[in-house]
Design a protein around this ligand. Sequence first.
Ligand SMILES: [Fe+2]
Ligand SMILES: [Fe+2]
Length: 393
Amino acid sequence: MQFSKIALRPETTSKVERIEQLANGALRGVDGLLARLSLGGRKAPYDDLVYEFDGGPADSLRTKHYDKSLRLLWKAGTHAPYLGFQDETSEEKQLRTMAMRAMTEQERSTVQRIGSAEYKAMLNREYTRKEKEAVVAVLSAIGHGEAYAWLVSAQLLAEVKSTGARAALTMQVMEEAKHFLVLRELVRAFEVPLPRLSAPEYVMLERVIKAKGVEKLFGMNVVVEGIALGLFGMMSHLPGLQILRLFHLDESRHTGIPNNYFREFPLARYAHLNPKTQFDRLSMLLPAVLMIPPIEPHLAELGIDACDFGGSVIRKILYLADRNGFTLPVPNAVLLTLMDNLLNAYCKQSRPTHVPRSFVAQETTRGERELSVEGEVFLGKRAAASAESISAA
Ligand SMILES: [Fe+2]
Ligand SMILES: [Fe+2]
């Protein structure tokens, strides 16, 4: 390529270069001194000399979360066309049209996109008004949680170290935004009043957003994501809710972030041993237990035992907490027994007949695909298998 060069006076350019170097030295020097004296200094945790955020590249976090999220990126326009999202690229639309053309008439009618009116008609065929209210009560609980997940992951994005971790959190922010928007349209399609947050859920989510630094990873990626994983895994087989499988897949990736992050940047020793930090974690977990009674009548309407669900989810949360090194003030085995005792005592009150049993040994996730996704999260073991080992212990 031929460029027609512009003539400059060399003495002026070298003067400009010298002035810039002096100004840079002064700026960096003053900021460095202020930082050493804890009086401020450079705000951005970014090192432009190495083209990297503070904390280094952390490439494995980028590969496991950013690259993978982009590979598994799904569009509401493709998977839930009845919700009215226009998020497909023209290539994706073209591919879908070509695939439809290659199908037989019968195949085409099976995968035919259903419009909003047909979707609502299908919901009315499959659910009574009371059942629709129950589905919406359960899904909107997690839908409000998605709003907090969006906010908290955006805050964490500013707090984690390394380029890889920021890339991972950037994808989580985008996925939580999508979860919030798509889930909101999904529950609106049921055309029943949308409930507010229950009091225990409000307390839990507010405690999570107020948690300090990477303790937010416990509140969000362990507790809230653990509940979301359980709910999506339990509801995705219901009519019209198959799209929740994709939410379930995203949430399983989000629960893996703390483990992969702490491999690169281990939790400080004081965070393991500090009793206040440990109690703060418990204070984020306890409201999750209190969420069970208010949600019980809704799940009962759908033939799901709320205490089975609660026991199953708490077991998974405690497992994730332990795996990520989030020590709690009470050992997991004691908490699991306590949980069983509490739930059995409650069931004696809420049900006409109740035979005591271990709720933490239950598995409420349905569907082979969902179970195998959770199997990967829970160290290659089937979630049901870990339930068996707990009940045997
Ligand atoms: Fe989410
Ligand atoms: Fe998530």
